[in-house]
Design a protein around this ligand. Sequence first.
Ligand code: NAP
Length: 313
Amino acid sequence: MSDATQILFAAGPKRWPTYAPLLRQALEDADIFYDLRPDIDDEDVEYIIYTPDSDVTDFTRFPKLRAVLNLWAGVESIIGNPTLNVPLTRMVDDAGLTQGMVEWVTGHVLRHHLGMDAHIVNPDHIWQPVAAPLSRARPVTILGLGALGQACGSALTALDFPVTGWSRSAKDVPGLTCLSGPQGLNEALQSAQILVLLLPNTPATENIVNSKTLALLPRGAVVINPGRGPLINDADLISALDSGQLSHATLDVFRTEPLPSDHPFWQHPKITVTPHIASETRPETAVHVIVDNIQRSLAGAPLRHLVDKTAGY
Ligand code: NAP
């Protein structure tokens, strides 16, 4: 066995050819490999670069394991793994991931704000000279003020949308009205002509969008969900669309992915489905986050972006 730090890339064979040269260039002294080679014992592995679609599910195989570094922002499918007893980090501050989400959210907010659909799909050639109000008259609320929620909020504020953000702990983000707690949620919803969900999927956030919370929105509001599918009670969402309480929902994430072809969301005229493409981890920038954390760990420094297993994110 060599003295080099042993790093297992358990993030799928398709990603390995892209990540291998980037990781090996950044961590010259480490031995980084995809899957387990015959000459590497499980017991030598010190770090695992991971995605939740990995075949690796039993972490007790790796007695020297020091940390698992998740390449994705969401950790709901690994956080409850009882064999995982070392620190788990998640993808935060990947500049590419953040920028991708800012672009996706801004694009979909502008689509609804400007009422673009009426002009893009107009088979009867109806002249509809109704201009949208300026963005300053279109309050947007973002549930979740983490790395992505804050970046999206700042981008929308720069376009002059009044933005309210809601999070678990109190926040102070320049330009945004920041709220927290149950009363803060009610207040955040009451003004939201456009509601953007950027919360993680945890026991506390599941079904946070339900008949009661939807009823607090101004009539005709729009829901945009690039967060996680379980944030929404699907049946309650459809009822709110059918009653006119909501005018549209743009959904990127679902309880079951891929969204089954017979799911009512596909058929609903007021739902836009996008296939979990709001933003993805970008290898060129994500590698810096992973490498920085491995180097910190090797130097005895605290890891960044640690998952709080009690809070669920
Ligand atoms: P993050 O930095 O962990 O931020 C999460 C935010 O949610 C924080 O503001 C947190 O509050 C808040 N929160 C968590 N639990 C809450 C609760 N019970 N009540 C109120 N607020 C709560 O996460 P992020 O990097 O911004 O990412 C957000 C989510 O986006 C991810 O978890 C993932 O599900 C999703 N995502 C989707 C895609 C896609 O392509 N569709 C891509 C990347 C990420 P505190 O600030 O008080 O901690």
